[in-house]
Design a protein around this ligand. Structure first.
Ligand code: ATP
Ligand code: MG
Ligand code: MG
Length: 548
């Protein structure tokens, strides 16, 4: 069977379509709060919302949930739009919860008129003290039974800015004995003299999430409003507002949020890492943000693939980072051009090769895509190989370079080691080899069989590049569940910078390009690169080394 089984949300949607609910129409929304950059958890939500709509012939709105002016900013709005598009999705409409402030205000007055909302003059502490516990009912505030007229007047004056911040709130009048604490007269509006990035100073009262979200869904006629599990207890309130306002019956469904090992996924925590300089920015390649992953060399395909593989769960879980790495490795193996780079050079002098000669060798760009052809690698008298590819006293079955032994230099010649040159302390300085003239790759007539193949570069033609190697950002699997401050668990060695000697074909690489450095892994050109110096980020190694 090729068909994947449906996830539980797809089952709900298919049932709804079968029953002709909303005329079979599917409209989802992705509702980020513009208070930070998107992370891989958001990607999960994006793939789910946009993916569902795509699968069932519907659409998705991008809605900025911007009801909390103090933490929000247009910088975040722009980055979110960029990231959603980069992931490969497009929205039907771009909406803002703040576009509905007038409508929400009207909704609130309707509830007041119906006797279902009241202005409470109590302090936050007084209200909390009367709230009760899950097993004990709450007690009514002394302001609970105000007349409709008084409530309307006070609410209007709240809006006009007549009252101090924190002095009054508007509350829904529901059920102080409900076992669901969210139904014990929840707040609808609070006073906040804050400048909003879109509405400016028009408002000094702002709706709470619960009074904005469901109504925004209803205004847009969202059919399936998908959110994460922590909103399960909010669902009764979501339904209560919709029912009592008699507006479009959007429905909320909940799935498990994505958590990844060795990182954190809360914007508040990510913001701390940025503000306190633990990383260089939201797009630091160690960050789990979309912009960080992009800079690290992740492709949209690999992220979508990852989201697809982990599926849609009903229970919270912690996904292994190595699965995300597997997905990018799989994608880059298909798409990334191969190049040779030596990071720990040992000089090889080919004593029977002329001093000034530069001989081009053809090397395939990508065996997975033969149509991409070859590039030229210059072979010269002085070469670099990796230190670890040479041993003076090798054990048995060592197939790399050693005195008297032969290896093939990838796409070039077979060489044989004849002499080891050492400094006064006995350290190997260079090795002298001879090349076998009729052994060139593609036209080998030497008849020799060698077991080892090494990557290499020409010492005189190679270009030095900066390579940034990344390790886990945190030392522990789940920093958020550890005792104390999550930042105490940062890995102090999450970044190491080394120099590499790259074959000259890399000179024309552009920021964003990805390559496989043979025998090393996948590397992406960083935007910090200049005309004088290329900078590469190691996206991921060739295989999973995390188990060690
Ligand atoms: P954070 O805790 O990072 O601040 P949030 O839920 O407050 O996350 P929003 O901007 O409100 O961030 O999220 C937009 C949408 O993305 C919401 O529908 C939210 O449920 C979803 N989302 C956020 N984080 C995750 C996650 N880790 N896994 C799946 N979905 C997520
Ligand atoms: Mg949120
Ligand atoms: Mg949040």
């Amino acid at each position: 069977k090729e068909e994947k089984s449906l996830n539980f949300i797809e089952e709900i949607v298919e049932d709804d379509i079968r029953e002709g609910k909303h005329g079979g129409r599917v409209l989802t929304r992705f509702p980020p709060e513009p208070n930070g950059y998107l992370h891989i958890g958001h990607a999960k939500s994006i793939c789910l919302n946009f993916g569902l709509a795509k699968k069932y012939g519907g659409g998705t709105n991008l809605r900025f949930d911007d009801t909390n002016p103090t933490t929000e900013d247009v910088e975040y709005v722009d980055s979110i739009k960029y990231d959603v598009r980069w992931l490969g999705f497009d929205w039907v409409e771009e909406r803002y919860a703040s576009d509905y402030f007038d409508q929400l205000y009207t909704f609130a007055t309707e509830l007041i008129k119906a006797g279902l909302a009241y202005v409470d003059d109590s302090t936050a502490e007084e209200i909390a003290a009367l709230k009760g516990t899950p097993t004990e009912p709450g007690k009514p505030s002394p302001y609970r039974d105000r007349s409709v007229e008084e409530n309307l007047d006070l609410f209007e004056r709240m809006r006009k800015g007549e009252f101090a911040e924190g002095s009054r709130v508007l509350r829904a009048k529901i059920d102080l004995a409900s076992p669901n604490m969210h139904l014990r007269d929840p707040f609808m509006y609070r006073i906040k003299f804050a400048h909003h990035h879109r509405t400016g100073d028009t408002w000094c009262i702002y709706p709470m999430y619960d009074f904005a979200h469901g109504q925004s869904d209803a205004i847009e006629k969202i059919t399936h409003s998908i959110c994460t599990l922590e909103f399960i207890p909010h669902r009764a309130l979501y339904d209560w507002f919709i029912k009592n306002l008699e507006i479009f019956p959007s429905k909320q469904y909940e799935f498990a949020r994505l958590n990844l090992t060795y990182t954190v996924m809360s914007k508040r925590k990510l913001l701390q890492l940025v503000n306190e300089g633990h990383v260089t920015g939201w797009d630091d390649p160690r960050m789990p943000t979309i912009s960080g992953l992009r800079r690290r060399g992740y492709t949209p395909e690999s992220i979508r693939n990852f989201c697809d593989r982990i599926g849609v769960a009903k229970r919270d879980n912690l996904i292994d980072m190595s699965l995300l790495e597997f997905c990018v490795r799989e994608d880059l193996n298909k798409s990334a051009a191969r190049r040779m780079v030596v990071t720990d050079p040992l000089k090889v002098v080919v004593t029977n090769f002329p001093e000034d000669k530069v001989e081009p060798c053809q090397s395939e760009n990508n065996p997975e895509q033969p149509e991409t052809g070859d590039r030229e690698m210059p072979f010269t008298r002085e070469l670099y190989i990796e230190q670890e590819d040479f041993m003076e006293n090798p054990p048995k079955k060592y197939f790399r370079l050693a005195p008297g032994q032969m290896v093939r230099l990838k796409s070039a010649y077979i060489i044989q080691c004849n002499e080891v040159v050492k400094d006064a302390d006995g350290n190997v300085q260079e090795v002298h080899c001879t090349y076998i003239e009729n052994s060139k790759s593609g036209q080998d007539e030497s008849g020799l069989k060698v077991k080892g193949t090494l990557h290499w570069v020409s010492a005189s033609e190679a270009i030095p590049v900066e390579i940034r190697q990344y390790d886990r950002l945190f030392r522990v699997e789940d920093p958020s569940s550890e005792e104390g401050d999550f930042k105490d668990y940062l890995n102090p060695d999450s970044l190491s910078v080394i120099t590499g000697y790259a074959e000259p074909a890399l000179q024309s690489a552009q920021p964003g390009d990805s390559f496989q450095f043979l025998r090393k892994g996948y590397f992406a050109v960083d935007p910090d690169s200049t005309a004088d110096k290329l900078v590469f980020n190691r996206t991921v190694g060739l295989r999973d080394n995390w188990a060690k």
